[in-house]
Design a protein around this ligand. Structure first.
Ligand code: SAH
Length: 239
């Protein structure tokens, strides 16, 4: 079964967008994954095809209606076990490990919010998992959905050139990636570290490891601390 992302949006023209280009786009054309875009407005029922209304309790903006979203979700057939996601700044921040889980499954159904967001009752009634792509507010869930799908697609079998190129990257071992270099050997007086040109694979690996650890400690004390909890130093046992 092909991995499929199903996206419910008020702006279907935003897709495939960047997902139609380069790695993800080639894989889409090669049918290594599928993209199913549904216009939420097709699930509106009134004469004006309205999808939103003013917030109960007052305040600025508009809120996406629960009944319209429910019809859109319920009209979408998805395989059993399909995660139902809502892109949302209130959600749990997306991590590489959640991305890997999503890539290993059948592919998600993703609801893109707009305006002030969606009626809470659709989140509760359909058990939507809220996922954030960072602590800032976008104008809609589409760019967040594209980011999530892109991160998943590059992990699908056959999408990335070398099978191993996903293994060593930032976050995959709880570390940021070591610095990369390529030709020319000298650029504006800066040279590639000698060790990378030494041909000594063990030394290169050791250097990369040390650089990755130093970068992670300096830039992401949160990741460094989480890693220490996951990989506690080995304890000596008596006897
Ligand atoms: N009033 C809301 C923000 C609404 S932004 C609040 O303060 O929480 C409109 C839509 O953009 C949201 O419903 C969501 O789908 C999307 N969105 C905005 N920022 C996002 C983020 N950081 N991650 C994921 N989705 C986001």
């Amino acid at each position: 079964m092909t991995w499929r992302a199903t996206v419910l949006t008020l702006f279907p023209d935003m897709f495939p967008g960047p997902l139609g280009i380069s790695l993800a786009g080639k894989a889409l054309a090669a049918r290594l994954w599928a993209l199913d875009i549904r216009d939420i407005r097709n699930s509106a029922t009134d004469r004006h095809r309205s999808v939103d209304d003013t917030p109960a309790g007052g305040g600025p903006g508009m809120v996406l209606r629960a009944d319209v979203l429910a019809r859109a979700i319920d009209a979408t057939e998805t395989p059993p076990g399909t995660p139902h996601l809502l892109m949302s700044p209130r959600g749990r921040p997306l991590t590489q490990s959640r991305v890997a889980e999503l890539a290993a499954g059948p592919g998600p159904l993703i609801v893109c919010g707009r305006f002030e967001g969606v009626d809470q009752r659709i989140i509760d009634a359909r058990g939507l998992e809220e996922i954030s792509i960072g602590d800032y507010v976008l104008s809609g869930g589409e760019i967040a959905a594209i980011a999530l799908i892109d991160a998943c697609v590059r992990l699908l079998p056959g999408v990335m050139g070398k099978a191993e190129s996903g293994e060593d990257e930032s976050f995959s071992h709880g570390l940021l990636e070591y610095p990369q270099y390529t030709r020319p050997q000298e650029f504006e007086g800066r040279v590639i570290p000698d060790i990378l040109l030494s041909g000594d694979h063990a030394k290169v690996a050791g250097w990369r490891r040390a650089e990755a650890e130093a970068l992670t400690q300096a830039r992401r004390p949160d990741l460094w601390a989480a890693r220490a909890i996951q990989n506690p130093p080995e304890r000596k046992t008596n006897g």
